[in-house]
Design a binder for this molecule. Structure first.
Ligand SMILES: COc1cccc(COC(=O)c2cn[nH]c2)c1
Length: 245
């Protein structure tokens, strides 16, 4: 998979050189390029924003630098049969979740546009529809100063689903949200720690009972912390589970 990120703070994406995603890049599993939006400006001040039409506080990101940057990224990939997906992290986007992470992990190319200030001139989104499948995506109902933090989270959530990125794909199966439920509690040595014991069933060696206990814990936790997930479970809108793409 190829991922391109456009930002006025490219150094914000440096953590993607570390750990699992960094290794995936070294192993050639993930081809990630970060671009500085200011490299696509033409004025002496390399300006990327201006005051909003209609008034109001804050600034809006200008359309032309974005069109130049996105056109350059679309070309970088060469001619392909499907349009790359342009993801715009935004408080006004569709909600990011594990199901969307699985869906996006199947794409050949993802392009992330990191907005800042009050947002990007809406005409960029309209223009981009010609070259991309455009998807505004929200991490949650809160406002960040820019899309970079959201991109770090999404690239990690998507990247770890790519074949070969995590050592043991089995670990992707039994984790929160892979089956629509929260994960069960986990324990490791010592069996007794500060007068707190590991649940006896986990030491029993009875794998049927262990699986049963874990499933029960998943339901108990989900009902307690995320009853909304139980509703979508009933509605059958489960995320793609137990496989890498
Ligand atoms: C595209 O325009 C803007 C404007 C302002 C901030 C941002 C950054 O994204 C978020 O704040 C966000 C993402 N998921 N939840 C919140 C983008």
């Amino acid at each position: 998979m190829r991922i391109d990120v456009v930002s006025i703070f490219p150094e914000y994406l440096a953590p993607l050189e570390l750990s699992l995603i960094g290794k995936a890049r070294q192993d050639g599993l993930l081809d990630l390029h970060v671009h500085d939006l200011r490299d696509f400006t033409t004025d002496k001040h390399r300006s990327v924003d201006d005051t909003p039409y209609g008034g109001g506080a804050g600034m809006v990101m200008k359309a032309e630098p974005w069109a130049q940057a996105l056109a350059s990224v679309a070309e970088a990939r060469g001619v392909q049969d499907s349009k790359p997906v342009l993801i715009v992290p935004s408080p006004a986007g569709e909600r990011f979740n594990q199901a969307l992470a699985y869906e996006l992990a199947e794409e050949d190319q993802l392009v992330f546009a990191c907005g800042r200030y009050e947002g990007i001139d809406e005409r960029v989104i309209e223009w981009a529809e010609e070259h991309f499948t455009v998807r505004p995506v929200s991490l949650g109902d809160y406002v960040l100063n820019g899309g970079e933090v959201a991109v770090l989270a999404m690239v990690e959530a998507i990247g770890r689903l790519l074949p070969g990125v995590v050592g043991n794909p089995e670990s992707l199966v039994e984790e929160s949200h892979s089956d629509g439920l929260l994960e069960y509690p986990v324990y490791t040595k010592p069996a007794s720690w500060r007068d707190r014991d590991v649940p006896a069933v986990l030491l029993s060696g009875n794998h049927g009972k262990i699986a049963q206990w874990r499933r029960h814990e998943q339901y108990r936790r989900t009902a307690e912390r995320r009853p909304d997930l139980l509703e979508s479970l009933d509605a059958g809108t489960l995320p793609r589970a137990d496989r890498t793409v």
